[in-house]
Design a protein around this ligand. Structure first.
Ligand SMILES: [Zn+2]
Length: 207
């Protein structure tokens, strides 16, 4: 029980941090951490709440079908994406942000193509041992059929198993890690890298 409370505190603090960055405006975004591996259960932000005001008592628990089993509030429509990332891609925490940079950049890339990041020192925050490497962030088309999208991630695991994050076009970023701390570090790093990429390719380039 005590470990659960510590995990909920960490999740709440992480959500507040990301929201204060402006990466979760208008109640957007959703955030989870694995609270139990078998059977799989997640602590998660409920749908439609102001993420800049979230408190620990609002965190809900969902089961491996996305059903709310503890707490008050509705689970996000996008819960199925969190679940497939945890079941198939080894995520222990999934953070989904709606920043201006991730949303705008995702609209500049063709669906199923990738943003190629290389040469940045910040890539080391994604677990790379050097800046001299290549990390691809795929861009998938947005959809309101989240079950279909989650099934696609499940079916295409072999193709995408090494990805560290992905964008949904015109929508936002999904990023994850093997702990809430690493998921937060990865999200900060990817947001930073996408902003650099956007500035370099769409702002400085046009001076
Ligand atoms: Zn979203």
């Amino acid at each position: 029980v005590k470990i659960d409370e510590i995990l909920k505190t960490k999740l709440t603090e992480t959500i507040l941090f990301l929201a204060q960055k402006g990466w979760s405006p208008g109640t957007g975004g959703n955030f989870s951490v694995v609270s139990n591996q078998s059977p799989l259960e997640l602590f998660m932000s409920p749908s439609s709440i102001d993420k800049t005001q979230i408190n620990q008592s609002q965190i809900i628990t969902v089961d491996s079908d996305g059903k709310v089993i503890k707490g008050h509030g509705k689970s996000s429509a996008e819960t199925a994406i969190h679940l497939v990332l945890c079941k198939k891609y080894g995520a222990k925490s999934v953070l989904h942000t709606h920043s201006i940079w991730n949303t705008s950049l995702s609209r500049k890339i063709k669906p199923f193509e990738s943003i190629t990041l290389s040469g940045y020192e910040m890539l080391k925050a994604l677990g790379e041992s050097t800046h001299d490497t290549v990390v691809e962030i795929p861009v998938f088309p947005n959809t309101q059929d989240i079950d279909f999208f989650a099934q696609m991630l499940d079916d295409e695991y072999e193709k995408y198993k090494s990805m560290k994050a992905f964008l949904m076009a015109g929508h936002g970023l999904y990023c994850w890690g093997d702990s809430i701390e690493s998921a937060k570090r990865h999200t900060e790093a990817v947001e930073f890298l996408l902003e650099c990429y956007g500035v370099e390719n769409f702002i400085i380039k046009n001076f």
